[in-house]
Write a protein that binds this ligand. Structure first.
Ligand SMILES: CC(=O)NCCS(=O)(=O)O
Length: 349
């Protein structure tokens, strides 16, 4: 039996799963999202150049990806440290930091943030979406990719001895590219060796999540230990959602706090409000999927930090939990979503 078995691996080492407490399973503390810059609407170029003023905050919420500076979360380490202290005060215990290769993972900073704040931080192994894969990555065999991912968990990543505790977020687009398929197969092979948690960023099409699970399953992956992220911007029809839920992965609503009229990466998408997200969680619980639901904010741009008038990492604990209770989700069920489900997912087999 490996030393990881029955434990959770944080950036500060192995911990007992009962120590995690309330857990956000999909956040970023330091990363760059420059890969996904989207040009501003015509006529808004001047605002986009200089957006961090009070009168531009609404614009920034509507167009977060159209300002280069907004995509550089890695410049905000002191603000993130303050946010983590506030998160602890609000009752938070753990954050899964989903930054993988391609969007500037910074393990020494994650380790320091965890030491400074007492929040458990779990880092992600593997690769983000195709446009961030280097030519060298694209040329690698599945076996080579598997070895790298396994080593990031067992020995440390990016030339450090800081070890990752999950694989992901593994990035996929729509359609899924050949390079992304190889990374998915490598993810499944690494998961088979390690018995570890996996988390997926699906493409923006309602059929993308099921297709990813199919590829993972064919390569031997453990779907019951895999999280499907970003369902709030991916599957909109309740019937389709319940069909997808039958496949057995964790179901993650991780864009809490995001309000935007036009979702630039897919204009077909109507981004739900937080109230609509809570309604969907209540549906999943009622239909018997309460032990599969996970939640987070997926903070990946500056404007979502409280420093810039955003909701911050404590929004779910402070505002969404009361709303969940008001909409008939029991305290017992809330505790499952925030404590028990993350704990079971994050514990190595
Ligand atoms: C960092 C990341 O991948 N966030 C997801 C943004 S998306 O617009 O929901 O795809």
């Amino acid at each position: 039996m490996s030393e990881l078995s029955g434990k959770v691996q944080t950036v500060l080492g192995l911990v007992d799963p009962d120590q995690l407490g309330r857990t956000m399973t999909h956040e970023h503390l330091t990363m760059t999202f420059a890969c996904c810059y989207f040009p501003p609407p015509q006529g808004d170029e001047a605002v986009a150049e200089n957006p961090f003023q009070m009168q531009h905050m609404h614009w920034l919420r509507q167009n977060p990806y159209s300002c280069h500076e907004n995509l550089l979360l890695q410049q905000e380490v002191p603000a993130v440290r303050d946010e983590l202290l506030a998160y602890r005060k609000a009752g938070g215990g753990t954050i899964v930091e989903n930054t993988t290769t391609g969007i500037d993972r910074d393990l020494p900073t994650l380790k320091q943030l965890s030491k400074d704040t007492g929040v458990h931080v779990i880092a992600g192994a593997g690769y983000y979406v195709d446009c961030t894969h280097t030519e060298a990555t694209k040329r690698m065999s599945v076996e080579k990719l598997t070895d790298i991912i396994v080593s990031e968990v067992l020995h440390g990543a990016d030339g450090t001895d800081i070890r990752c505790g999950v694989i992901g977020e593994i990035g996929t687009g729509w359609p899924i590219t050949e390079s992304e398929r190889k990374v998915l197969r490598a993810t499944a092979h690494a998961q088979t060796q390690l018995g570890c948690p996996v988390i997926i960023h699906p493409g923006r099409n309602p059929t993308a999540p099921a297709e990813v699970l199919r590829i993972l399953q064919e390569a031997g992956g453990d779907i019951s230990k895999t999280v499907m992220s970003h369902l709030d911007r991916t599957i909109f029809d309740d019937g389709e959602l319940l069909e997808f839920a039958k496949l057995g992965s964790y179901l993650e609503y991780d864009l809490f706090g995001t309000e935007m009229l036009d979702y630039p990466y897919n204009l077909e998408v109507d981004m739900p409000s937080d109230s609509q997200r809570v309604k969907t969680l209540a549906l999943l619980v009622k239909e018997g999927y309460g032990d599969k639901v996970l939640v987070a904010h997926d903070i990946h741009t500056k404007n979502r930090l409280t420093k810039y008038g955003g909701h911050g990492y404590s929004h779910i604990l402070k505002n969404i939990v009361p709303k969940m209770l008001m909409r008939g989700i029991s305290q017992h069920q809330v505790d499952k979503i925030l404590i028990d489900n993350p704990k079971h997912w994050l514990t190595f087999k």
